[in-house]
Write a protein that binds this ligand. Structure first.
Ligand code: PLP
Length: 361
């Protein structure tokens, strides 16, 4: 087991007295459901993204579904998305009755490949879901030139830049997640942001069962509570400090791994990384062995809980072939703990474990 050290978890939220106070204030206010605090959170997030408005919902997954519905996407339509992502975007596409078409990723960056997206476009393609994975922007410049509306999925990336533009400022709609392990957390929750007031109005109507003149079978209760929004607002204030700490930890990890066999996160020219995840590629030392799970086991024995950064690629679930870059990521990518709540001592333990691991060759 571990060498007398306690296990460093792969993720841990940064919750302080301020969040506790904000929740207590809401509890004492007598108004817990969606109300003024949610509205303040929506305005704060919209200002952060430079969008006209935001619509808070109960998860990032539902934000994606509402984004598709707001764009009028449904049966007979196709939506492009990468295979290398969690199941949430695929499930959102399924629930609106559209067809998901999977695209491989850029081999170096893990992000959706714009050239392959172009090749996958048909006359029925209505949107591209663009997750910015692990804190790094996708190639927004190339994707924006494809002439298909982009839904930017910022569940894993806030504040990162691509060619001078912030993520979430390019797509017709942007979605966020405030799940407990995210850059900005509220336990659960999500939001759509846009500068298109028609899309925002449609999204607002979809998150409530009542309030419209006619019955809408697509609408349902997707509301966020003021309790979650109170946490989100404090976290939004702390976001610059969180991102700074993440980037500084990543610099330390890069130094620790310099000169070892580890393949470090690639940051193409013109893009910045905020390190939601620090994803190292392991080299395949012994063909035929499951090198990744052996590596996960060795890190765990050193008290460092690592994870595969994507549980299972979509094309693997679906039994599809022809995604070589995603398959390489499945075999090689490993995420090590990196978050603002990591103490200096814990970061030193992660450095040591990584050095031991990647000096083994
Ligand atoms: C890229 C991406 N999109 C969407 C989601 C779904 O968000 P949520 O967990 O809030 O439903 C996640 C996971 O949290 C994610 O990583």
């Amino acid at each position: 087991m571990t060498t007398g050290t306690t296990m460093i978890p792969h993720s841990r939220p940064s919750i302080d007295q301020e969040e506790i106070r904000a929740v207590t204030d809401v509890l004492q206010s007598g108004h817990l459901a969606q109300g003024a605090v949610v509205e303040r959170f929506e305005r704060g997030m919209a200002a952060y993204f430079g969008a006209a408005g935001g619509v808070a919902v109960n998860s990032g997954t539902m934000a994606l579904e509402v984004a598709l519905r707001a764009l009028g996407i449904g049966p007979g339509d196709e939506v492009l998305l990468p295979s290398y992502v969690c199941a949430a975007p695929w499930q959102a596409v399924q629930r609106v009755g559209a067809q998901a078409r999977l695209v491989d990723i850029e081999p170096e960056t893990f992000q959706i490949d714009a050239d392959l997206a172009r090749a996958a476009i048909t006359s029925r393609t209505r949107a591209i879901i663009v997750p910015h994975l692990f804190g790094l922007p996708a190639d927004l410049t190339a994707l924006a030139q494809l002439g298909v509306p982009l839904i930017e999925d910022c569940a894993q990336t806030l504040g990162a830049m691509e060619q001078g533009r912030a993520v979430g400022s390019v797509g017709v709609l942007t979605v966020c997640s405030f799940y407990a392990n995210k850059l900005l957390c509220a336990g659960e929750g999500g939001m759509l942001l846009s500068s298109n007031s028609v899309l925002l109005e449609r999204a607002r109507a979809l998150r409530e069962y009542d309030g419209s003149p006619s019955l809408n079978p697509q609408a349902t209760n997707l509301k966020m509570t003021d309790l979650q929004a109170a946490v989100g607002l404090v976290q939004l204030n702390r976001l610059p400090e969180f991102l700074e700490r993440r980037v500084s930890l990543a610099l330390g990890y890069r130094e620790a791994l310099a000169g070892t066999s580890a393949i470090l996160p690639s940051v193409p020219a013109g893009r910045s990384h905020v390190y939601y995840r620090f994803v190292v590629r392991i080299s395949q030392r012994r063909s035929g062995s499951d090198e990744l799970s052996e590596c996960l086991g060795r890190m765990e024995r050193q008290g460092v809980q690592c994870r595969k950064p994507v549980f299972r690629s979509l094309h693997c679930y679906l039994g599809l072939e022809g995604f070589p870059a995603t398959e390489a990521a499945e075999r090689e990518a490993l995420s090590v703990p990196l978050y603002p709540a990591l103490t200096g001592e814990e970061a030193a333990q992660v450095f040591m474990a990584m050095r031991d691991e990647w000096r083994r060759e």
